[in-house]
Design a protein around this ligand. Structure first.
Ligand SMILES: [Zn+2]
Ligand SMILES: [Zn+2]
Ligand SMILES: [Zn+2]
Ligand SMILES: [Zn+2]
Ligand SMILES: [Zn+2]
Length: 372
């Protein structure tokens, strides 16, 4: 296992800034008191996943059907609290385990008074299997109206009806059974406006729509089986919860301190007894430590502590710049330095910029007024 590089000291951080400045032709000694100010600004990205074990209450169950065989296949317990169960590895979601109390499974017949071996009388036809049905129905060729005959309109009074406009382009060859007119009747009903019912074929009764003529239907509560299975069930779940704590870099340091450029330290904690790195800066330790206490019903954990030692250095003789020192990614024992303009410089520049905008606006207003 690779040993984690130790935390750079303040002196090492200041020396790194010294080297950076001398590389730019400025030899200054920052270790001398009163020449520079160093503040720790270490970054943190801590994540902990916890898997819990929750043993639910014992619940009496009653399910339709003969399920003794099926339910007997489930794991059996006698003492739920003491029952040993494997905690799933990793921290992906895992299915719950449903256990059955030993000796609690039984099958019993459905005792509902309407139920006869899973079936009950059909309520729709009251057990007859049939329903009344009209013998004849409205003609679907002419719609059952005056179109049934172009001469009587279905009234038996021949020539009481004027043939419709379409009669000139269409031809009818049937004679009307009501008025006797030739070549005037609807070919489906021959002027009668009704036709035989297609469902009962003019018998006046049809099979019940609900039971399809079987007279009986499934008894829903027992799902047509006539049986129930009873047992006592307990469910054990292993939910996962994750927490994260971060101390992020300010936007102007995102790029140089990103994990592919800066030497982030990584430590993994898999046990409640695992210790944080001894030289972890105190402010980060204060953030992480409360997260590490053993949680109620916690079964397993996996935590990753990533942190980047980072120092902010201001040089008294050089107030225009702020320096940031941190380990480099390629050589974690080497410190890298970047500089950023000091806040007052940034404000001054943006002040100049916004002043320029204000002047431009004023000039525009004056010009517009002069023209208007
Ligand atoms: Zn039943
Ligand atoms: Zn019918
Ligand atoms: Zn007619
Ligand atoms: Zn018709
Ligand atoms: Zn029925």
């Amino acid at each position: 296992m690779a040993t984690t590089p130790s935390e750079p000291s303040d002196e090492e951080m200041l020396q790194a800034v010294e080297r950076y400045l001398s590389g730019r032709g400025r030899g200054v000694r920052l270790i001398v008191p009163g020449t520079a100010t160093l503040t720790g600004r270490s970054l943190l990205d801590f994540r902990i996943d916890r898997r819990f074990e929750i043993r639910g209450k014992e619940v009496p169950r009653r399910v339709p059907g003969k399920k003794l065989k099926e339910i007997s296949k489930r794991p059996v317990y006698t003492d739920l609290a003491a029952h040993p169960i494997a905690v799933p590895a990793g921290f992906a979601p895992s299915p719950s385990v449903k256990l059955v109390l030993a000796g609690s499974i039984a099958e019993e017949p459905c005792k509902h008074p309407d139920c006869h071996e899973g079936m009950r009388d059909c309520g729709e036809c009251r057990g007859s299997g049939t329903r009344k049905c009209p013998k004849r129905v409205k003609c679907d060729g002419c719609g059952g109206g005056v179109g049934a005959c172009w001469s009587c309109g279905g009234t038996r009074n021949r020539d009481s009806q004027k043939p419709p406009a379409k009669a000139r382009t269409q031809v009818r060859t049937d004679w009307c059974r009501r008025c006797g007119a030739h070549d005037a009747a609807c070919p489906k009903c021959q002027g009668q406006q009704t036709m035989p019912c297609g469902v009962c074929k003019e018998k006046g009764v049809r099979p019940c729509d609900v039971c399809k003529g079987a007279k009986r239907v499934e008894h829903k509560p027992c799902r047509g089986t006539g049986y129930f299975t009873t047992y006592t069930e307990a469910e054990i779940t292993h939910p996962v919860e994750s927490d994260r704590k971060r101390v992020s870099a300010p936007p102007h340091l995102w790029w140089p301190t990103s994990s592919w450029r800066a030497g982030w330290r990584v430590a993994r904690l898999t046990n409640v007894t695992d210790k944080l790195p001894a030289d972890l800066p105190e402010n980060l330790r204060a953030q992480v430590e409360p997260q590490l206490a053993l949680a109620k019903r916690e079964a397993t954990r996996g935590a990753t502590l990533r942190h980047l030692p980072l120092a902010r250095v201001t040089v008294d003789a050089d107030p225009e710049w702020v320096y940031f020192a941190f380990p480099a990614r390629a050589e974690p024992d080497t410190l890298k330095v970047v500089r950023r303009p000091a806040k007052h410089v940034v404000l001054r520049i943006s002040g100049i910029a916004s002043a320029a905008v204000v002047i431009a606006v004023l000039v525009t207003v004056l010009v517009v007024r002069a023209i208007g």
